[in-house]
Design a binder for this molecule. Structure first.
Ligand code: MG
Length: 201
Protein backbone atom coordinates (compact mmCIF):
# COMPACT_ATOMS: atom_id res chain seq x y z
CA UNK A 1 0.00 0.00 0.00
CA UNK A 2 1.33 3.42 -0.93
CA UNK A 3 0.27 6.22 1.38
CA UNK A 4 -1.19 9.36 -0.19
CA UNK A 5 -1.13 12.27 2.24
CA UNK A 6 -3.70 14.97 1.60
CA UNK A 7 -4.05 18.49 2.92
CA UNK A 8 -7.54 19.50 4.07
CA UNK A 9 -8.30 23.22 3.63
CA UNK A 10 -8.62 24.33 0.01
CA UNK A 11 -7.57 20.87 -1.15
CA UNK A 12 -10.46 18.69 0.06
CA UNK A 13 -12.67 21.52 1.33
CA UNK A 14 -13.68 24.18 -1.16
CA UNK A 15 -14.29 27.51 0.55
CA UNK A 16 -14.72 29.78 -2.46
CA UNK A 17 -18.50 29.99 -2.37
CA UNK A 18 -18.79 30.36 1.39
CA UNK A 19 -16.14 33.12 1.37
CA UNK A 20 -17.99 34.89 -1.43
CA UNK A 21 -21.36 34.61 0.35
CA UNK A 22 -19.87 35.90 3.58
CA UNK A 23 -18.03 38.85 1.98
CA UNK A 24 -21.10 39.93 0.00
CA UNK A 25 -23.42 39.55 2.97
CA UNK A 26 -21.12 41.73 5.08
CA UNK A 27 -21.13 44.34 2.32
CA UNK A 28 -17.36 44.07 1.84
CA UNK A 29 -17.29 43.27 -1.86
CA UNK A 30 -19.84 43.85 -4.64
CA UNK A 31 -22.07 40.94 -5.63
CA UNK A 32 -20.93 39.60 -8.98
CA UNK A 33 -17.19 39.60 -8.23
CA UNK A 34 -15.59 36.29 -9.30
CA UNK A 35 -16.38 33.92 -6.41
CA UNK A 36 -12.88 32.74 -5.67
CA UNK A 37 -10.96 32.90 -2.43
CA UNK A 38 -7.99 34.65 -4.01
CA UNK A 39 -10.08 37.22 -5.94
CA UNK A 40 -11.87 38.18 -2.74
CA UNK A 41 -8.70 38.23 -0.65
CA UNK A 42 -6.95 40.41 -3.22
CA UNK A 43 -9.88 42.81 -3.43
CA UNK A 44 -10.12 43.17 0.37
CA UNK A 45 -6.36 43.80 0.55
CA UNK A 46 -6.63 46.36 -2.24
CA UNK A 47 -9.41 48.09 -0.29
CA UNK A 48 -7.28 48.10 2.87
CA UNK A 49 -9.65 45.65 4.58
CA UNK A 50 -7.04 43.16 5.78
CA UNK A 51 -8.77 42.83 9.15
CA UNK A 52 -12.04 41.90 7.51
CA UNK A 53 -10.17 39.25 5.56
CA UNK A 54 -8.79 37.80 8.80
CA UNK A 55 -12.32 37.78 10.25
CA UNK A 56 -13.77 36.03 7.22
CA UNK A 57 -11.09 33.34 7.45
CA UNK A 58 -11.86 32.85 11.14
CA UNK A 59 -15.50 32.40 10.22
CA UNK A 60 -15.11 30.01 7.29
CA UNK A 61 -12.58 27.75 9.03
CA UNK A 62 -14.82 27.74 12.11
CA UNK A 63 -18.56 28.20 12.37
CA UNK A 64 -19.02 28.77 8.63
CA UNK A 65 -17.23 25.57 7.65
CA UNK A 66 -20.51 23.64 7.73
CA UNK A 67 -21.56 25.55 4.59
CA UNK A 68 -18.42 24.62 2.65
CA UNK A 69 -18.53 21.74 0.17
CA UNK A 70 -15.96 19.13 -0.78
CA UNK A 71 -14.28 19.78 -4.12
CA UNK A 72 -16.07 17.94 -6.93
CA UNK A 73 -14.72 14.43 -7.37
CA UNK A 74 -12.76 14.25 -4.12
CA UNK A 75 -15.00 11.69 -2.41
CA UNK A 76 -15.07 9.25 -5.36
CA UNK A 77 -11.29 9.72 -5.55
CA UNK A 78 -10.86 8.76 -1.88
CA UNK A 79 -13.16 5.78 -2.33
CA UNK A 80 -11.20 4.53 -5.32
CA UNK A 81 -7.85 4.42 -3.48
CA UNK A 82 -7.86 1.09 -1.58
CA UNK A 83 -8.80 -0.85 -4.73
CA UNK A 84 -5.69 0.50 -6.42
CA UNK A 85 -3.24 -0.15 -3.62
CA UNK A 86 -3.30 3.33 -2.10
CA UNK A 87 -4.16 4.41 1.40
CA UNK A 88 -5.20 8.00 2.18
CA UNK A 89 -4.24 10.04 5.22
CA UNK A 90 -5.34 13.62 5.92
CA UNK A 91 -2.68 15.91 7.37
CA UNK A 92 -3.92 19.39 8.07
CA UNK A 93 -2.19 22.46 9.45
CA UNK A 94 -4.77 24.32 11.51
CA UNK A 95 -4.38 26.46 14.59
CA UNK A 96 -6.51 25.29 17.51
CA UNK A 97 -8.33 28.65 17.73
CA UNK A 98 -8.90 31.44 15.16
CA UNK A 99 -6.30 34.24 14.85
CA UNK A 100 -9.16 36.70 15.01
CA UNK A 101 -10.09 35.48 18.49
CA UNK A 102 -13.07 33.42 19.60
CA UNK A 103 -13.22 30.08 21.29
CA UNK A 104 -14.28 27.83 18.41
CA UNK A 105 -12.02 24.78 18.43
CA UNK A 106 -10.95 24.61 14.79
CA UNK A 107 -9.73 21.02 14.99
CA UNK A 108 -13.11 19.86 16.28
CA UNK A 109 -14.89 21.94 13.64
CA UNK A 110 -12.89 20.30 10.86
CA UNK A 111 -13.56 16.84 12.22
CA UNK A 112 -17.26 17.60 12.45
CA UNK A 113 -17.22 18.69 8.81
CA UNK A 114 -15.49 15.45 7.75
CA UNK A 115 -18.22 13.50 9.55
CA UNK A 116 -20.94 15.72 8.04
CA UNK A 117 -19.60 15.00 4.55
CA UNK A 118 -19.32 11.28 5.34
CA UNK A 119 -15.58 11.21 4.74
CA UNK A 120 -15.01 9.69 8.17
CA UNK A 121 -16.88 8.56 11.27
CA UNK A 122 -18.63 5.35 10.24
CA UNK A 123 -17.52 1.77 9.48
CA UNK A 124 -16.21 1.61 5.93
CA UNK A 125 -15.76 5.39 5.68
CA UNK A 126 -13.25 6.55 3.05
CA UNK A 127 -10.82 7.61 5.81
CA UNK A 128 -10.85 6.23 9.36
CA UNK A 129 -10.53 8.75 12.20
CA UNK A 130 -7.14 7.31 13.11
CA UNK A 131 -5.76 8.52 9.77
CA UNK A 132 -6.73 12.16 10.20
CA UNK A 133 -4.18 14.51 11.77
CA UNK A 134 -4.40 18.16 12.73
CA UNK A 135 -1.08 19.88 13.36
CA UNK A 136 -0.77 23.31 14.91
CA UNK A 137 2.38 24.29 13.04
CA UNK A 138 3.78 23.86 9.57
CA UNK A 139 6.86 22.15 11.02
CA UNK A 140 4.66 19.53 12.69
CA UNK A 141 2.82 19.00 9.43
CA UNK A 142 6.14 18.22 7.66
CA UNK A 143 7.03 15.91 10.53
CA UNK A 144 3.72 14.06 10.24
CA UNK A 145 4.18 13.57 6.50
CA UNK A 146 7.43 11.80 7.38
CA UNK A 147 6.12 9.67 10.25
CA UNK A 148 3.06 8.58 8.25
CA UNK A 149 5.47 7.53 5.51
CA UNK A 150 3.62 9.29 2.74
CA UNK A 151 4.64 8.34 -0.76
CA UNK A 152 2.85 11.36 -2.22
CA UNK A 153 1.56 14.55 -0.63
CA UNK A 154 -1.17 16.68 -2.19
CA UNK A 155 -1.46 20.34 -1.19
CA UNK A 156 -2.84 23.55 -2.69
CA UNK A 157 0.07 25.65 -1.42
CA UNK A 158 3.15 25.74 -3.57
CA UNK A 159 5.15 27.42 -0.76
CA UNK A 160 4.44 24.45 1.47
CA UNK A 161 5.43 21.87 -1.13
CA UNK A 162 8.70 23.53 -2.05
CA UNK A 163 9.54 24.50 1.54
CA UNK A 164 12.98 23.56 2.87
CA UNK A 165 11.53 21.14 5.41
CA UNK A 166 9.48 19.16 2.93
CA UNK A 167 10.72 15.54 3.14
CA UNK A 168 12.90 14.84 0.11
CA UNK A 169 11.67 11.33 -0.62
CA UNK A 170 7.98 12.31 -0.80
CA UNK A 171 6.53 13.13 -4.22
CA UNK A 172 4.95 16.59 -4.23
CA UNK A 173 1.57 17.01 -5.87
CA UNK A 174 0.14 20.50 -6.33
CA UNK A 175 -3.65 20.73 -6.32
CA UNK A 176 -4.30 23.58 -8.74
CA UNK A 177 -8.05 23.77 -9.43
CA UNK A 178 -7.89 27.25 -10.97
CA UNK A 179 -4.97 26.32 -13.18
CA UNK A 180 -2.86 29.15 -11.78
CA UNK A 181 0.56 27.55 -11.79
CA UNK A 182 2.84 26.35 -14.56
CA UNK A 183 4.05 22.78 -14.77
CA UNK A 184 7.31 22.42 -12.92
CA UNK A 185 9.77 19.55 -12.47
CA UNK A 186 9.55 20.14 -8.69
CA UNK A 187 6.00 18.80 -8.46
CA UNK A 188 3.21 16.92 -10.20
CA UNK A 189 0.19 19.08 -10.84
CA UNK A 190 -3.43 18.03 -10.48
CA UNK A 191 -6.09 20.40 -11.79
CA UNK A 192 -9.10 18.40 -10.67
CA UNK A 193 -9.94 15.39 -8.52
CA UNK A 194 -11.76 13.98 -11.53
CA UNK A 195 -8.47 13.06 -13.22
CA UNK A 196 -8.34 10.27 -10.66
CA UNK A 197 -5.27 8.18 -10.17
CA UNK A 198 -3.47 8.89 -13.43
CA UNK A 199 -1.17 11.39 -11.71
CA UNK A 200 -0.05 8.69 -9.26
CA UNK A 201 0.80 5.85 -11.62
MG1 MG B 1 -4.53 24.01 2.09
Amino acid sequence: MKVIGIDLDNTIVQYDQVIYDCAVKRGLVPAGIFPSKTAIRDMLRFLGKEEDWTDIQGYVYGEGMQYARPFPGVIPFLRSLPGHGFCPVIISHRTMYPYSGGDTNLHETALKWLVQERITGFPGAPIPRSRIFFECTKEKKYERIKTEMCHFFIDDLIEFLIGDLFPLDVIRVLFDPFDKHPDNPEYLRMRSWDVGLQVFQ
